[in-house]
Write a protein that binds this ligand. Structure first.
Ligand code: NAP
Length: 466
């Protein structure tokens, strides 16, 4: 190979990286090909990094920075529990966005007293604004999800006005910096306002809306990287940033639809606020509870069982026991299907990942809209650690914070069984009327231990005829 090939290797690397990233996103959209998608994404980004290093040269500070980054990132990814993926995602957006904002700042001060002008300055202003606001917003999202600060919405009178004024002043300084030379204080003030807006943006957002906001922040971080690509004239950054921005945005639209919310409602609606009056408090309504033996008897004698997994299954890591139960019931001729709510668990696709890990066949997993009308034919809806996504209040209680969110219609099954440890609420912090329904049996206990008990009891039932 001639020297020309090596000199232009980075261009081939960028081209291959761009193609690989697009295929990666395509493959990530189905559980059957998701593993391939992850590997393709890793190869794509490795190619992009190698191409960049070869093109611009490998320097000692860059190698040291990469080593520090890898030393922090690799153990974080390995040690992080599955249930903490949303927080982890928020942190990685924070760092990506901060990197974009710092690169933009370095570009701004590269020639002392002579900041970039024209189109480059437009791109740089967008990059820095989005980068810094995404940084603080993502750190706030992380802190809320990690319970470092209260998860409930923090609101005050005139909040939207304050937030929009902050953004408007930052945007005005941005336009000023693009249009004319500005005094030395303008750029630092622009940074402070962008950082401040990120914090204020997240304060009123609570509970159930955080996943949607994280998808949106993903989109902002991608847009910041894309703007950086324009500022630096780097095609790879433009492609990867735009793909990231578009996919994050599409994901947040899908999630808004799944919760029947609009963007403005998510960003300004202060969802998850503590409810003013809890009508059920103090009345100590009775619930029907049952044992693993009772549950096993009913399940083994059913024709159709629909299992609804939720966050509690993830916490208990009960998926393998659920697989054993599924096998036992199928052996007895029971038709077992799974109903997956789009926001069950704590991240999009959470349940699919866990059930796939336990080798539950994909063709038994059904999206909410595909299975909802099958509940009325089911003998049992077995709810394992799910709560908000099966709360009938979403259908009729206009005062409920989850009103309008599409739910799994488990209450239409002949019998509903709910495995959870107590009467405690789920993520949205509200009571679930399903538990007081006459056809509901509460199975109190840790999901993994309780399902294991049921498996034992089902196995002990009269053996199936050969
Ligand atoms: P959920 O409403 O959070 O309820 C989970 C239930 O699991 C709790 O009521 C808890 O009750 C039970 N639980 C916890 N640990 C358990 C264990 N070891 N064994 C048995 N049960 C256990 O969950 P969901 O129905 O899956 O709904 C998801 C919620 O999270 C929605 O509000 C959604 O908007 C929000 N969210 C979703 C995402 C996403 O992208 N999927 C991300 C963030 C937030 P006990 O304490 O009584 O056991």
């Amino acid at each position: 190979m001639d020297a020309g090939f090596f000199a232009s290797f980075w261009q081939y690397a960028y081209f291959l990286a761009a193609v690989t990233v697009v295929f990666s996103i395509k493959w990530l959209s189905s559980p059957a090909t998701a593993r391939r998608g992850v590997i393709a994404g890793e190869i794509g980004f490795a190619l992009a990094i190698i191409g960049t290093l070869l093109h611009f040269g490998i320097t000692v500070p860059i190698v040291i920075a990469m080593m520090i980054g890898a030393a922090i990132g690799a153990p974080m990814a390995r040690l992080m529990p599955m249930t903490a993926v949303p927080q982890f995602t928020a942190l990685s957006h924070a760092f990506g966005a901060l990197a974009a904002a710092l690169v933009g700042t370095a570009e701004y001060y590269l020639e002392p007293g002579q900041p970039p002008t024209g189109f480059k300055m437009v791109a740089l202003t967008i990059e820095v604004l989005l980068g810094f606001l995404t940084f603080t917003a993502s750190i706030m999202a992380f802190a809320k999800l990690q319970d470092l600060i209260p998860t409930r919405p923090m609101t005050y009178k005139g909040q939207n006005f304050v937030n929009l004024t902050l953004l408007a002043i930052a945007a005005a300084i941005g336009v000023w910096m693009i249009a004319a030379p500005t005094p030395a204080w303008a750029y630092p003030v622009f940074i402070v306002l962008s950082l401040g807006f990120g914090v204020m943006l997240i304060l009123p957002i609570g509970g159930g809306d955080m996943p949607t906001v994280i998808a949106l922040l993903n989109s902002y971080a991608g847009a910041a990287a894309c703007a950086m690509g324009f500022a630096l004239q780097n095609y790879m950054l433009i492609i990867a940033g735009a793909t990231n921005a578009a996919s994050g945005f599409i994901l947040s639209v899908i999630m808004c639809k799944a919760m029947n919310r609009s963007f403005t409602n998510v960003l300004f609606g202060a969802f998850g606020q503590v409810q003013p009056a809890d009508k059920t408090k103090g009345t100590a309504k009775p619930v029907r509870s049952a044992t693993a033996e009772d549950a096993a008897m009913i399940l083994a004698n059913s024709q159709k069982v629909i299992i609804v997994p939720g966050y509690g299954m993830a916490v208990a890591q009960a998926q393998h026991k659920v697989r054993e139960l599924t096998d036992q019931l199928i052996k007895r001729g029971v038709d077992v299907q799974f109903a997956i709510h789009p926001v069950a668990g704590r991240m999009p696709g959470h349940m699919n990942v866990l059930l796939a890990e336990a080798d539950i066949p994909y063709d038994r997993l059904h999206e909410m809209e595909d299975i909802n009308n099958e509940f009325s034919e089911a003998d049992v809806a077995l709810v394992i650690g799910a709560n908000d996504v099966v709360n009938p209040a979403a259908r009729h209680d206009k005062t409920s914070p989850i009103y309008g969110m599409p739910i799994l219609d488990v209450d239409k099954a002949h019998t509903v069984m709910v495995i959870k440890r107590s009467m405690n609420p789920g993520f949205a912090g509200i009571e679930n009327e399903l538990y007081y329904n006459d056809k509901t049996l509460m199975l109190f206990g840790d999901a993994k231990a309780f399902v294991a008990e049921i498996v034992k009891e089902v196995a002990a039932q009269t053996p199936v005829a050969a």
